[in-house]
Design a protein. Sequence first.
Length: 333
Amino acid sequence: MKLSIVIVNYNVKHCLWQCLDSVARATRGMAAEVIVVDNCSSDRSAEYIKPAFPHVRYVENAENAGFARASNQAIRMAQGQYVLLLNPDTVVGEETLARTCAFMDAHPAAGALGVKMIDACGRFHPESKRGFPTPWNAFCKMAGLARLFPRSRTFGGYHVRYLDDDAPHEVDVLSGAFMLLRRHALERTGLLDEAFFMYGEDIDLSWRIRRAGFGVHYLPEPIIHYKGESTRKDLRYVRIFHDAMRIFFRKHYPRRSLAFKCLTRLAIMMAEALAALRRLSCRPRSAPARNARNEMTFDADETPYSQIIRTMDRHHPKDTLFRIRHPQQGITL
């Protein structure tokens, strides 16, 4: 089998339906399988999804096992030469999976591949390609310096925005929202580290793939990722990100200096203080898509996903929220 697609779901049944619909179109003619692991959703996802996609292997957990553990459940079941970790709040084009697998076929030294992710307004998600969270890069991100100087090689090393978003690159870190993995690389590195419950597991796996001698590549093949960086970054997010970085540093920088420890702690204190001030003195920051003044709706029964994604990526008007309608399902996302 060529490709195994692994999706972890938690209470996003409508997004999952659209994701699976796009995957079904993208895998026509491919030797592929789809495995969904449901982390104890309360929105009756299984009842909604199973009849619509009977070919999907649907695993129902009795508890929220976290992303890493749930993904590993599916990876152990997978039979494909390549394993794709895919978020349920993504939409892929009809040619996306064929093109990304072809890239891996043509680059046998590549262990992992990520793509260009855009939000519901067509804007680029910076987590599509990243640098390793060295203590300095992590400090710049958590302290806000990376946001102030995104194109700087000195301060912007976490999101590497100085690399062209529309050109292929070999990078350090990919996003677990779309991470195409070579099975042989996984056999060398091991699966996702289950010490990470949320955030950080994709950074850790990218690190191990690079350390094992495989390439980690970014390909500017656009897909939609509805959430990602557009989700609200509040105090809880800062603390979860801090915990993930703490696990990563303890694992990969066991001999880091006292200066690095102090930088990291200072950045965390700054970020938590800023997040707390925003909550006390300002309105909660809504996702960028919600601030859009205009809307453009596509009918998915009439327009291919690849055309929708290309329009959003290349021709998106300013302050426009793109929505996708599925008349037969009665949903618009």
